[in-house]
Design a protein around this ligand. Structure first.
Ligand code: RB5
Length: 156
């Protein structure tokens, strides 16, 4: 069974439990917390999910909080991570096919559970579109210093 690394804060805890149940038959779901609804910082759990996804190239992560927004922001600070906040099936499909997303973020307070499962299934079952233009664009995410040098040029 393929590993999937999952995490949440307190506000995404119930959705995490639902996602784990939904995937249990098909995947080995590795739960990195939170392990209760006691308040925790999504940034801490997001880091743990990212570390695992980077340790196992080709694996997926799922990060859930109240909105998914903070999770996506925190995850995307890590080079090699492409976290997508999805609240529609179409976003999940495009995040995988065009943007090669490796972490799905969703919000328990903003996405109803049934829709969240559809988004999840779409994310996990959509392949990366191998067209060269997508690969080229995604490769540029991790180009060192691109934003910094662009802003320096603008100020010159
Ligand atoms: C927690 O209240 C909430 O801020 C968090 O779960 C998340 O929505 C942040 O983006």
């Amino acid at each position: 069974m393929k590993d999937i690394f999952i995490g949440s804060d307190h506000a995404g805890y119930n959705l995490k439990q639902a996602v784990k149940n939904h995937l249990a038959a098909q995947y080995n779901v590795v739960d990195l917390g939170a392990f209760s609804q006691e308040s925790v910082d999504y940034s801490d759990i997001a880091r743990e999910v990212c570390e695992k996804v980077l340790e196992y190239p080709g694996s997926f992560g799922i990060m859930l909080c109240g909105t998914g927004q903070g999770s996506a922001m925190a995850c995307n600070r890590n080079k090699g991570i492409r976290a997508a906040l999805c609240n529609t099936v179409e976003l999940a499909e495009m995040a995988r096919s065009h943007n090669y997303a490796n972490i799905l973020c969703m919000g328990e307070r903003t996405t109803e559970e049934g829709l969240a499962m559809q988004i999840l299934d779409t994310f996990l079952n959509t392949k990366e579109d191998p067209d060269e233009r997508h690969k080229r664009r995604v490769d540029k995410f991790d180009t060192n210093g691109s934003v910094h040098s662009a802003s320096l040029e603008n100020n010159a």
